[in-house]
Write a protein that binds this ligand. Structure first.
Ligand code: FBP
Length: 284
């Protein structure tokens, strides 16, 4: 219990809000997120992620076990969240029913902790509506129970996706995903921002999902890279209109030079953890 509280306080920097730096795209999106037009050349080196996490201000740095294990010894001060399952974007088409296989069991993560890696939690992706949904729900439910017993917190990535899902960003489905995460006992759920409708903006629709999440904190994925002010404005709305409990941002951070990326983590954290305005966060 003490370990769980310590890990929760470390991950949320004592605020109850989460600043999650998402570094799992090398499997999820292959190298396309790390090399090419508009991406700083520094991003091709995986160590870029760890330098950002170390020099910037993040609650947790989320990546697969192997990636974390290869670099964590040189960046021991970072709080790590081990992503337990993953799949590539080669198996994602509108017709597919996606499944993201669990890559290893909890023991492998506990071994990392025993070897001194500062793992504070786990992550797991569920594709709600996929024909493999039942497998992912069962794996996630089991992992959450085991992780909490071992003092680790859990973030679920929940994306409605598959043949049964007509619109992945439909507000009702995003709110549904939030409720599923609560019932599984996740500490935080990461969803895509719901789409705007005729009646409400995306952030207003997000407020319904945040309410549905109850005592599970809801955070949104960052999406593809945009300019810093646009990104921070969207985040500010998600928190103050959508009642999000933080952020989960990948490409918008790591596709920049080290200096710019570090600065953006500080601005994101200022908004997420300390309620700064966008203008004040840009000046951090
Ligand atoms: P970004 O901030 O780069 O969007 O990362 C968020 C994220 O959820 C990653 O953690 C994950 O790898 C990826 O997006 C999955 O996105 P999708 O399956 O929709 O392409």
């Amino acid at each position: 219990r003490e370990t769980y509280i310590d890990n929760y306080m470390a991950a949320t920097r004592g605020t109850g809000r989460l600043m999650l730096f998402a570094c799992d795209q090398k499997i999820e999106h292959l190298n396309g997120d790390f090399y090419g037009e508009g991406i700083d050349p520094a991003d091709l080196d995986p160590e870029h992620l760890f330098k950002i996490a170390s020099e910037g201000v993040c609650g947790v740095c989320a990546g697969q076990r192997g990636l974390v294990a290869r670099y964590a010894a040189d960046y021991p001060e970072v709080n790590y969240l081990v992503k337990m399952n993953s799949k590539t974007n080669l198996v994602k088409t509108a017709q597919d029913d996606p499944y993201s296989p669990q890559l290893h069991d909890l023991e492998a993560v506990l071994d990392m902790r025993a070897n001194g890696v500062n793992v504070v939690g786990l992550g797991y992706t569920i594709y709600l509506g996929s024909e493999y949904e039942s497998t992912m729900l069962a794996e996630a439910g089991q992992l959450i129970a085991e992780a909490h017993a071992a003092g680790l917190l859990v973030v679920l990535w929940i994306y409605p996706r598959g043949k049964a899902v007509a619109d992945e960003k439909a507000p009702a489905l995003i709110a549904g995903a939030a409720g599923v995460a609560l019932c599984l006992g996740a500490d935080f759920v990461k969803v895509n921002p719901p789409k705007a409708t005729d009646e409400a903006t995306s952030a207003e629709n997000l407020a319904v999902a945040s309410a549905a999440a109850g005592r599970t904190g809801l955070v949104c994925a960052g999406g593809s890279t945009v300019d810093a002010e646009t990104f921070l404005t969207q985040l500010h709305d998600q928190i103050h209109v959508g009642h999000a409990c933080g952020n989960a941002t990948g490409r918008n951070i790591h596709q920049r030079s080290l200096d710019e990326a570090v600065r953006l983590t500080k601005a994101i954290s200022a908004i997420t953890l300390a309620d700064y305005s966008v203008a004040d966060a840009l000046a951090v």
